[in-house]
Design a protein around this ligand. Structure first.
Ligand code: NAD
Length: 288
């Protein structure tokens, strides 16, 4: 007889991440039943057809009341609305988590909606993704060997965090814990800034119509650097709005760095240029 970690998980938002988590839980027999909800009935039906979920949540309030864990996997901007929707139906012991790319905004919203932070509320963020979206792109192995950051709060019950951490581990993820603000700063530097640079570089070049032609001559370096510029524009808009201050700080830091490099090039300062390139290469070699 299979030993399920949890009986019933309700996943709200059956896109790439919600769908992948659902599929990962199902294929590894981590939970008895995965129920899916999405504002798009087409995504729900497709999820059922593709075996991503066991069942569609037809009656959301009843499903929220019957779940052991509710996972919010909607766009960052929709988190607050969904939290507001489910709040009246949540049982005291039900675990609640999310997969959003930013955490501070969610915690602020939760504080407002609940009036306090429930002990079973554990914000989370899987550091795994793709440039694709929608349930069709979901992948049961997406989290395998990837990190998941949980940002429990002082109000969070450590047992709730442990339970959720074990669930993520059972789909192959490595779980880390971080404070909410630290998460938003670190992600602004390591994920948000590179995505914005890729978007901005491609936009800058593509803006000049005659430049569209130069993409034909682009080699591997350009392809590697700009792969993430094919990510979902709405998702990145939401992230910029939600993590504005931390992102602005990183853009300023980066702008100063580019200016230093520009200065070294303008002054034919070989030592300056080589210093930047050598330090960067050493850092890059170190982490691969
Ligand atoms: P997605 O577009 O593939 O899926 C989002 C789903 O949410 C869609 O099916 C949409 O119909 C549904 N939805 C939107 N508003 C809703 C609402 N109010 N109620 C119910 N359903 C609603 O997006 P995704 O890539 O799966 O991203 C989901 C979350 O995961 C986002 O918060 C994102 O920041 C985070 N995330 C994404 C990645 C990535 O690389 N894509 C990585 C880590 C975390």
């Amino acid at each position: 007889v299979a030993q399920y970690r949890l009986e019933r998980v309700l996943i709200i938002g059956l896109g790439l991440i919600g769908g992948s988590f659902a599929k990962a839980l199902r294929t590894r027999f981590c939970v008895r039943e995965v129920v899916g909800a999405d504002r798009s009935m087409d995504e729900c039906r497709l999820g059922l057809e593709l075996g991503v979920i066991d069942r569609i949540a037809e009656d959301l309030p009843a499903e929220v009341g019957a779940a052991d864990l509710v996972v919010l996997a909607v766009p960052v901007k929709a988190m607050e609305t969904v939290l507001e929707q489910i709040r009246p139906f949540l049982k005291l012991q039900t675990l609640v988590t999310d997969v959003g790319s930013t955490k501070g905004n969610l915690v602020t919203a939760a504080r407002r909606i609940f009036g306090h932070l429930p002990a079973t509320f554990i914000p989370g963020h899987p550091i795994a993704g793709a440039e694709k979206s929608g349930v069709r792109a979901s992948d049961a192995d997406l989290f395998e060997h990837h990190k998941v950051i949980l940002t429990p709060l002082p109000e969070t019950d450590p047992n709730a965090t442990l339970e959720l951490a074990r669930l993520w581990q059972s789909v192959g993820a490595e779980v880390l814990q971080m404070e909410v603000d630290r998460h938003d700063e670190v992600l602004a530097a390591t994920s948000h800034l590179p995505h914005l640079l890729a978007f901005s570089l491609v936009d800058t070049l593509a803006r000049e119509e005659e430049n569209l032609d130069i993409f034909r001559y682009a080699a591997g370096g350009f392809r590697d650097f700009t792969r993430i510029a094919a990510s979902d524009p709405t998702m990145w808009h939401d992230i910029c709005v939600a993590n504005r201050d931390a992102i602005l700080a990183q853009i300023d830091r980066y702008t100063a760095g580019v200016s230093r490099l520009r200065g070294a090039i303008a002054q034919s300062d070989s030592e300056g240029m080589l210093g930047i390139f050598t330090r960067a290469k050493a850092a890059r070699d170190h982490f691969t």
